[in-house]
Design a protein around this ligand. Structure first.
Ligand code: FAD
Length: 372
């Protein structure tokens, strides 16, 4: 591989340039060695801090420990009629500080792999590589990877949420249980649930999450959180932060199809759930291994078969949103904790799939399977 040329008179040329140093970009950079590489990212990790959650296996629990804000071996889903409580002996539902994770990756970069704290502009693809400017400097790379967020279709299905980081007045019950979905909220505008991560008995991340085509006013989510807290008799002593986000649940298009995209831009976000962290980790590990062996193409993050299943699930939700709560509760009831984690991670076994398919209402799914 060529060495980076940092001469002030010539265009710096590197083996690999990665546009965007988020989950995918900085994870890939941290796995590279014996090459010259640049990650171009305008924001510091602290400026982009948010919560990234995943079901972590024992190896990940260890590897991600420095960035872990909280982890739970028990999680629950609740509706008006019942509660499903899962207790796993393998997976922990884990919430990471994205800033700490990205700082950890940046601190571990090999010699010759550097971060430029600027936006990439004037990006021009040339074969597998290309050129761009960043902080008024022109760069070129033999291989370019693009992780800039993809375009979101305005009227497509999305997961959208607003959450509060709060300190409660009094200790809550069950701080050892993560509430993944509590459906006892207004279901009139789409599939809606409250998500609660107790980082301690008095510190909670609490989000109102919607799965629908249309975004709501911020006050709508805030009101839903307030109502849920009232129902639970939980008083807030202090709100420490607010976080909002939109995750597309439809096939996305990268900003520039001439550049090899990675991460969310390459379709790494699970269409039925919005989770992406584990798929991105697997994709970046395979890609880095390929690069070290001279193979630069980007591995598919999610199998076509799983994408097809997720699309059918989403079509059912769009056609009959009133079935959403029952579908999620039936899925959770059909599986044990480890099966549910595997299902959410996209690594369900054939037995897991059989249990879920048997538990589903048949007619709505058949209608969408047979739809052209
Ligand atoms: C608010 C939110 C919460 C989420 N929570 C979860 C979660 O809990 N669990 C989960 O599994 N998934 C979650 N996701 C899904 C999410 O898409 C991924 O987890 C992950 O962030 C995607 O990684 P990525 O590297 O593809 O994109 P990002 O992490 O978004 O990184 C893209 C980077 O590109 C940079 N960039 C943009 N333009 C330029 C430019 N011109 N030049 C250089 N850099 C540029 C951005 O600053 C950004 O840092 C969440 C998504 C959102 C939006």
């Amino acid at each position: 591989m060529s060495k980076a040329n940092n001469s002030a008179l010539q265009v710096p040329e590197v083996d690999i340039a990665i546009i965007g140093g988020g989950s995918a970009g900085i994870s890939l950079a941290a796995k590279l060695n014996n090459c010259s590489a640049l990650v171009v990212e305008p924001h510091s990790p602290a400026e982009r801090d948010c919560s990234w959650a995943l079901w972590a296996n024992p190896a990940q629990q260890q590897q991600l420990a420095p960035a872990t804000k909280g982890s739970w071996k028990q999680w629950r889903l609740v509706d008006d009629y019942s509660e499903v409580l899962h207790s796993s002996d393998q997976y922990r539902y884990t919430s990471l500080s994205s800033a700490q994770y990205m700082e950890q990756c940046e601190a571990s970069l090999a010699e010759g792999v550097n971060v430029i704290r600027a936006a990439a502009e004037n990006i021009v693809a040339r074969g597998n590589g290309g050129s761009f400017t960043a902080a008024h400097q022109h760069y070129s790379a033999a291989q370019l990877y693009d992780s800039r967020p993809p375009k979101i279709a305005e009227h497509g299905l999305k997961q959208h949420f607003l959450g509060w980081d709060v300190r409660t007045k009094t200790p809550i019950d069950d701080p050892d249980i993560a509430t993944l979905m509590d459906f006892r909220v207004d279901q009139s505008r789409g599939l809606h649930f409250i998500y609660v991560l107790p980082f301690s008995d008095r510190r909670l991340l609490i989000e109102s999450t919607m799965i629908s085509a249309n975004l709501e006013d911020k006050d709508w989510y805030r009101q839903a959180i307030g109502q849920w807290l009232d129902q639970q008799n939980i008083g807030i002593e202090e709100t420490l932060g607010e976080e909002a986000g939109v995750i597309p649940m439809e096939t996305v298009a990268p900003l520039d199809s001439d550049i090899a995209s990675i991460g969310a831009a390459s379709g790494a976000v699970r269409l039925s759930s919005g989770y992406a962290f584990s798929a991105i980790q697997a994709q970046m590990t395979k890609l880095a291994n390929g690069i070290h062996a001279g193979e630069y193409s980007v591995p598919t993050p999610i199998s076509p078969a799983l994408i097809r299943m997720d699309k059918i699930f989403n079509r059912v939700l769009l056609a009959q949103p009133e079935l959403g709560v029952s579908i999620m509760m039936r899925t959770a009831k059909a599986l044990d904790a480890n099966g549910f984690a595997r299902f959410m991670l996209g690594s369900a076994t054939l037995t897991d799939w059989a249990k879920v398919i048997l538990a589903m209402p048949k007619a709505p799914f058949l209608k969408q399977v047979l739809r052209p």
